[in-house]
Design a protein around this ligand. Structure first.
Ligand SMILES: [Zn+2]
Ligand SMILES: [Zn+2]
Length: 105
């Protein structure tokens, strides 16, 4: 059981099970720029769908165990907030994906 403690940034706000209030957590997320942040909240669901569709086979090395989805079309400087379509995505290993040059962390 965790007792409510004040947020490290907002001493007047009590938080349960953490060191920061919801607002601070959101701000932290934004700073880190996670994949889900970059592609919007639907990204995790979409990548899971793509991985399932491809049976977890990485389209780069053809081995199973893919844990992310990769854009098939090059995103030359084009920032997409939401992937248009799962047809443009393929399952991939995070490691393979970043080895390719597209840095998804
Ligand atoms: Zn806070
Ligand atoms: Zn791979």
């Amino acid at each position: 059981m965790s007792l409510p403690r004040p947020c490290l940034n907002h001493p007047t706000r009590l938080v349960r099970g953490g060191s920061y209030c919801a607002e601070c957590l959101k701000a932290n997320e934004r700073k880190r720029g996670t994949t889900s942040q970059r592609f919007g909240p639907g990204w995790q669901r979409i990548s899971r769908e793509v991985i399932q569709r491809d049976n977890g086979i990485c389209h780069i090395c053809d081995l199973p165990g893919a844990d992310t989805a990769d854009h098939l079309q090059p995103r030359n400087g084009q920032r997409q907030d939401t992937p248009a379509d799962t047809a443009e995505l393929a399952a991939a290993h995070r490691a393979c994906n970043s080895a390719k040059g597209a840095h998804v962390t």
